[in-house]
Design a protein around this ligand. Structure first.
Ligand SMILES: Cc1cc2nc3c(=O)[nH]c(=O)nc-3n(C[C@H](O)[C@H](O)[C@H](O)COP(=O)(O)OP(=O)(O)OC[C@H]3O[C@@H](n4cnc5c(N)ncnc54)[C@H](O)[C@@H]3O)c2cc1C
Length: 488
């Protein structure tokens, strides 16, 4: 028996005897996530976080105080009964734990990996609050992943008898997947239209394999297909067909729009047109969806080999791009971010991993212009140093440039990861829909748009947000569609 197994045994015996106190739970060390070696993983795209062992999962679950008011549930956007599923893990009841999660979340293996738990359920965890350190909170996401990974799948959800109604789901991201599953369960004939040649949305084209293995997303797509959902790829709504045509000519009774926020923003500075400047979206799509990392061995859209790379931004997208550049063989990768590390929107774990992989953080710095040679190739990026001023509208302290602080980083590639906006295609081709000034679709609390029978959710409504929020809206919209289609 290992020391951890012995410790678990002792705790279980104490619990059975009714003697386990909060103090005992506080003493259980927070279980670290086993991970691939930082040097080795620089040259492969395999998943970095390897998942808890059974002993680790049960020890971690025993750290939970089982608070009566369960503040963690309040922190979860889809209100998973966290306290109950964690208790089930502590008892070794993994199937029960998974059933509890599945009541509110359809993609636990995905959410366990990519949800920003430290600003959601784990932020409000009493254990973390006691230690005044969110990293000491019960690792709810890792526990969610643990039970999801043990699931061997198999059983399909029950489908109601055919209703004769047709639902079109536009976009196959997390919101689209959930909406398709929930409307199909109600017995409707559901078709998902996807612009790319592979379904899965950002989970496939954006988030890299080393953070979210594509086989996990593929399993969910396969479940949809087995449920009888049709998935039509290479089909761009607004080009191949419009929403009006789907409804008036193709017989669709209801539509869910889940097209995400796929339009990259640029900085608008000199040199952004040079060869070697990418949006993070393009860079990641080439690598993830088109297997550019194979460098010609099977990839139709290869990517130029970079030696020195600057990634601009401080969110998950920037971390993903920087870590992908490392794996694509760059010798030096800089991450240039205009605020301090405290303001970085990226998940803490991703920041840790990026640093371990040798990415050099240039905090409180921002590009002024990108420098090119006579052939139009990037040769450097001129940056300015910044300091933090008063808080801005977002509540974060505003970065203020320090005059005369210019310096140059010698790079051949610049990846811009400063955010994404809404693609205007749906807006241009659907005049009946109401949009806000940022180009996001306006919906009510049921995710209904201004167009009868048309619902929307995820990033196209919320702006670039998160997987779990998109899933939540997919579910809300599906419930509203099911109600709408049963009206006489
Ligand atoms: C690189 C990256 C990393 C991220 N990391 C995280 C993370 O760690 N955790 C987290 O919670 N969130 C993360 N996010 C955000 C998260 O992925 C998104 O919030 C979420 O995927 C949005 O889901 P969605 O259902 O709105 O659609 P999306 O996932 O954006 O998918 C939309 C789909 O619609 C398709 N589409 C677009 N236009 C059309 C059209 N006209 N016709 C047909 N199909 C169309 C697109 O091709 C795409 O497949 C990340 C985002 C990116 C880009």
């Amino acid at each position: 028996m290992t020391r951890d197994e012995e410790r678990l045994q002792e705790l279980l015996e104490k619990q059975q005897a009714g003697l386990l106190k909060a103090a005992d739970r506080y003493e259980i060390p927070s279980q670290p996530m086993p991970a691939q070696d930082a040097v080795r993983r620089r040259s492969n795209i395999d998943e970095v976080a390897l998942g808890y062992t059974e002993t680790q999962a049960r020890l971690e679950a025993m750290r939970c105080l089982q608070c009566k008011n369960a503040p963690c549930v309040q922190g979860c956007p889809v209100r998973i009964r966290i306290r109950d599923f964690v208790a089930a893990i502590a008892e070794g009841q993994y199937d029960q734990a998974l059933s509890i999660i599945r009541e509110n979340s359809l993609l636990p293996a995905v959410c366990g990996r990519v949800c920003p738990q430290e600003v959601q359920c784990q932020e409000t965890c009493t254990v973390g609050r006691k230690f005044r350190d969110v990293e000491k909170s019960v690792s709810i996401g890792r526990l969610e992943r643990f039970v999801a990974d043990r699931d061997k799948g198999g059983s399909l959800p029950k489908i109601a008898p055919p209703t004769g109604k047709k639902v079109a789901v536009i976009g196959s991201g997390p919101g689209g997947i959930v909406c398709a599953a929930d409307t199909r369960r109600a017995g409707h004939d559901v078709t998902v239209f996807e612009a790319f040649h592979k379904p899965g949305g950002v989970m496939v084209y954006g988030i890299p394999e080393f953070r979210l293995p594509k086989a996990i997303v593929q399993d969910e797509i396969d479940v949809l297909k087995k449920m009888g959902v049709q998935i039509v790829c290479n089909f761009i709504i607004g080009r191949t067909r419009t929403i009006g045509e789907l409804m008036k000519e193709d017989g669709f009774d209801a539509v869910y729009i889940g097209v995400g926020a796929g339009l990259p923003r640029f900085m608008g500075i000199e040199g952004e047109q040079l060869v070697g400047v990418y949006s993070a979206n393009e860079y990641l799509t080439r690598s993830n969806l088109m297997r550019a990392y194979e460098f010609g061995k099977g990839s139709d859209t290869p990517i130029a080999r970079s030696r020195r790379v600057a990634v601009v931004g401080g969110g998950n997208v920037a971390m993903d791009a920087a870590r992908t550049a490392v794996r694509l063989g760059a010798e030096k990768v800089y991450l240039v971010y205009r605020r301090s590390e405290k303001e970085m929107p990226a998940r803490i774990e991703e920041v840790h991993h990026a640093k371990e992989e040798g990415i050099e953080f240039h905090i409180l710095q921002n590009p002024k212009r990108i420098l090119g040679d006579e052939l139009g190739n990037v040769v450097g990026i001129e940056c300015l140093r910044y300091e933090l001023g008063e808080p801005d509208d977002s509540g974060r302290r505003r970065p203020v440039p320090v005059a005369g602080s210019e310096f140059v980083l010698d790079v051949d590639t610049v990846i811009v990861a400063i955010g994404n906006g809404a693609n205007p295609l749906i807006q241009q081709t659907t005049p009946e829909l109401e949009f806000n000034k940022w180009g996001n679709i306006v919906v009510d609390e049921k995710c209904a748009t201004s167009m009868k029978g048309v619902y929307a959710g995820g990033d196209i409504v919320l702006g670039a947000a998160t997987v779990i929020l998109a899933m939540g809206q997919g579910r809300t919209a599906a419930a509203a569609i099911n109600e709408y289609l049963t009206q006489p």
